[in-house]
Write a protein that binds this ligand. Structure first.
Ligand code: GTP
Length: 347
């Protein structure tokens, strides 16, 4: 087991808690779109509102100003809370209802429907954007007095449907690419376990849930025994196959909310949200017994040593990992192929 103890628990990004606004915009695509959308609507609608006031159309002007103000509040909320998914949906809903309200009670052109259709596909998911687009087109076509003829209604609906289909294709491709990128960025390519980056997010999330809901969270640090000699005697490929099998076997013993991450080399972290120390010890025991019967290398059964620790109240994540690491180290010292519980953080 390699012991570069100082660097072992420096996970990517753990040091950066407060991000600069430019970093946040770069890191969060949805926040960037929300901000850009807010800026564009302000720049696009506010001059029009001024014009409406100047020509005495107070109702439409007031509606424009109210719409822009509400959009501003939503953008501010996205920055303050980070809940960009909810805000994106609310923004789509706001501009759609704002548009329908201004078509009904104000004096705006039905052509405003088109940027609103586009915004829906840019801001939210495909299903929500499609439903919102269909609703916008159907309700607008009911305003027969806004169109010169039935052909105009037909043209409006046809072009609207086309814009929506293009938006849907764009959104589908973007979602697919986003999923592929997330997969690449968060998984270990050999074993398909989560990588260190994914572990960092999962640990931070576990810490947040612990603080918010006071529910226990535990982890198991797993390290294969004498893995170097397997590599040396049977080759690197045989070693790789064992790593892949190990993750498959462990995954088969985990619940839906549990997850496995590769910390590096032949070392893995199993995260067990909702599990107290004794539950985690039981899971570790089950994993150990399953490995004994199912993890077969070219030279015979392969065993693993494990350290188990429950996250203590207000305990920093790095200390939690270090305690599990100490327990794992103890398991190695005691002869390997065993589970050792870490003493509590106050011990
Ligand atoms: N096949 C393979 N080997 C790897 C990979 N990553 C790290 N290793 C090897 O894992 C071995 C780890 O060796 P050690 O840290 O000495 O640990 P060990 O032999 O298991 O000894 P103990 O942990 O003390 O039981 C090294 O030989 C690394 O080259 C990998 O992705 N594939």
């Amino acid at each position: 087991m390699s012991r570069r103890r100082q660097e072992r628990f420096i996970l990517p990004g753990t040091q950066v808690k407060q991000k600069h606004w430019r970093q946040r915009l770069r890191a969060d695509f949805r926040l960037a779109i929300i901000s850009l959308f807010g800026l564009c609507t302000m720049l696009g609608i506010l001059p029009l509102a001024v014009y409406r006031f100047m020509v005495g159309d107070w109702q439409t002007g007031a509606g424009d100003v109210a719409l822009v103000a509400f959009i501003g509040v939503l953008v501010g909320f996205a920055w303050a809370s980070g809940r960009t998914y909810v805000v994106a949906r609310l923004l789509t809903l706001t501009v759609t209802l704002g548009y329908l309200g201004l078509v009904t009670f104000g004096n705006i052109d039905v052509m405003w429907a088109f940027p609103i259709l586009g915004a829906g596909f840019l801001l939210t998911d495909r299903v929500f954007a499609s439903a919102s687009a269909l609703g916008t087109l159907a309700l607008t076509s009911l305003f027969a007095d806004r169109f010169a003829s039935a052909v105009d209604v037909w043209s409006f609906v046809t072009t609207g449907v086309l814009v929506s289909i293009f938006g849907l294709i764009f959104a589908t491709r973007t979602e697919l690419q986003q999923r592929q990128l997330t997969e690449i960025a968060s998984r270990d390519p050999l074993t398909r376990a989560g990588n260190r980056r994914a572990l960092r997010y999962a640990l931070d999330e576990a810490e947040r849930i612990k603080v918010r809901h006071e529910s226990p969270t535990s982890l198991i640090l797993i390290d294969l025994d004498h893995f170097k000699s397997i590599n040396d005697v049977h080759g690197h490929e045989a070693g790789d196959r064992i790593l892949v099998n190990l993750v498959e076997i462990i995954n088969s013993r985990l619940r839906g909310q549990d997850s496995i991450f590769r910390l590096g080399g032949e070392e893995f972290v199993v995260l067990l949200p909702g599990a107290a120390a004794e539950d985690a010890e039981r899971v570790a025991g089950t994993i150990k017994r399953t490995l004994a019967t199912q993890l077969e290398g070219p030279g015979g059964p392969v065993t693993a040593s494990m350290g188990v620790a429950e996250l203590g109240p207000a305990e920093p994540v790095r200390q939690w990992l270090s305690r599990a690491d100490e327990a794992l180290y103890q398991a190695k010292r005691d002869g390997r192929d065993r589970v050792v519980m870490a003493p509590g953080p106050d011990a």
